[in-house]
Each structure stands twice: as C-alpha cells, then as structure tokens.
Design a protein around this ligand. Structure first.
Ligand SMILES: [Zn+2]
Length: 78
C-alpha cells in the first residue's frame, strides 16, 4: 500500500511513489505554485532593504505632506 502525503499546495492526497515525479506535490502546477511563492517571498524580503537605501529627501517630503493632509488639525492651529 503506497504512502499518501498531502500536497503542500492544495492538500490533495498524493501517492508517494517513484512514478510521481512531482511528489510531494500532486502535479507540476502545484509544484510551480510553491516555487513561485518562494520566489515571491524572496522578492518581498529584498524590497525593504532596497527601499531603505533609497530614502531620499523627496520621499520624506512626500511622507510629510501625506501626514499633514491626514492630520489637518496639525496645520490649522486655533
Ligand atoms: Zn496539489
């Protein structure tokens, strides 16, 4: 009786056997989805690091403008 494992992507039962080249995934599609998620995560991790080195005066000004727009009381003293 072959071992069954849940597909990490869709949780479908996958037979653990040499014929299944995509194990532990049920299909190539699920394998690619999983790889894609890994790639996405890597992308997300590299984003803030990239952003942090590119904080410019312009960006700070834009952030300040946005902050003031959302805090009208701050620029309208009584
Ligand atoms: Zn699957």
């Amino acid at each position: 009786m072959p071992l069954k494992v849940p597909c990490p992507t869709c949780n479908k039962d996958v037979l653990w056997q040499p014929e299944n080249t995509f194990r532990p995934f049920c299909s190539k599609r699920c394998q690619l989805i999983d790889l894609g998620e890994w790639a996405d995560e890597g992308h997300k991790i590299s984003q803030p690091i990239q952003g942090a080195t590119q904080v410019t005066e312009e960006m700070l000004d834009a952030l300040e403008d946005e902050f003031l727009q959302h805090n009208k009381f701050f620029v309208e003293p009584e």
